[in-house]
Design a protein around this ligand. Structure first.
Ligand SMILES: Nc1ncnc2c1ncn2[C@@H]1O[C@H](COP(=O)(O)OP(=O)(O)OP(=O)(O)O)[C@@H](O)[C@H]1O
Ligand SMILES: [Mg+2]
Length: 260
């Protein structure tokens, strides 16, 4: 097993009331466990506030859980030493919802794509240049585009650049957090198609956060459904769609336009 998440729990304490004297606990994740194989896509589904981003942040080591464990291959992710965190961050890359705010407007596309390679000191300047050229083409853009700045691209093209930047350091896992929901509907399908094509070509492993079950059906092999921090569904996408365990999942499936 490639990624293994076991019994993960996270509670946020929220202060409120007069002089912040009241504290209430938000159980963002409660005893969540699942596994993912290399080269597969696992969709994380759930409505707003169900704990999807909390889970992603814990896996990225941007947030500490209260309890539980995470392993990638054999590495114990939650107990990685400080010196090894930088190397770990190279293994997991993220593609965000908003391609507008996630690219530095002062950088050319060359600089944007070369930056992660430089940070992680992978290769000589010539090797970096070759890689930048290879990855811009992999996402359907060209060498010509490398001299341009983010504002000179459309939303879909910017998301392609974000995808190239995430893939260029050859991560083990790519976390996609609603990667198409900020894009025009006509562009969403193209970006999903690209992500799927790249997954096949490069044997990528995706954790794919979405609230859109049409997207799940298109791209994911396995899925989990979170509801108020609890894992209420887990399994192969086909099986879950055919035979959802919970009413909640059934409602999500029924809300797909054109579904039976
Ligand atoms: N830093 C924080 N402090 C306190 N509560 C938080 C914090 N971050 C998230 N929460 C709460 O934890 C719960 C889970 O939040 P999370 O962001 O993981 O949900 P989500 O599924 O990603 O939602 P969305 O679809 O809106 O992005 C929510 O109730 C949220 O309000
Ligand atoms: Mg979120």
């Amino acid at each position: 097993m490639y990624l293994s998440v076991k019994n993960l729990s996270k509670t946020y304490l929220k202060r409120s009331g007069f002089l912040n004297t009241k504290t209430s606990a938000i159980h963002a994740l409660q005893d969540v466990s699942f596994e993912l194989e290399k080269g597969k896509c696992l969709a994380i589904v759930g409505e707003s506030g169900s704990g999807k981003s909390t889970l992603a942040k814990i896996i990225m080591k941007l947030l500490e859980p209260d309890s539980g464990s995470i392993h990638i291959s054999k590495q114990d992710v939650l107990n990685i030493s400080k010196q090894k965190i930088k190397a770990y961050r190279k293994k997991i890359q993220m593609i965000f919802q908003d391609p507008f705010s996630s690219l530095n407007p002062k950088f050319t596309i060359t600089q944007i794509l070369a930056e992660p390679l430089e940070i992680h000191k992978t290769g000589t300047p010539n090797q970096i240049k070759a890689k930048v050229s290879k990855f811009i083409k992999l996402v359907g853009l060209s060498d010509e585009d490398l001299k341009r700045y983010p504002h000179q691209f459309s939303g879909g093209q910017r998301q392609r650049i974000c995808i190239a930047r995430a893939l260029i350091i050859e991560p083990d896992i790519i976390v996609c957090d609603e990667p198409v929901s900020a894009l025009d509907v006509s562009i969403q399908a193209q970006i999903l198609e690209l992500l799927k094509e790249l997954q096949k070509k490069l044997n990528l492993t995706y954790l794919f956060i979405t609230h859109d079950l049409r997207v799940v059906k298109y791209i994911a092999d396995e899925m989990i459904v979170l509801q108020n921090g609890n894992l209420v569904e887990l399994g192969a996408v086909n099986k879950v769609f055919k035979n959802p365990k919970t009413k909640y999942t059934q409602t999500l499936i029924n809300s797909i336009p054109g579904s039976i």
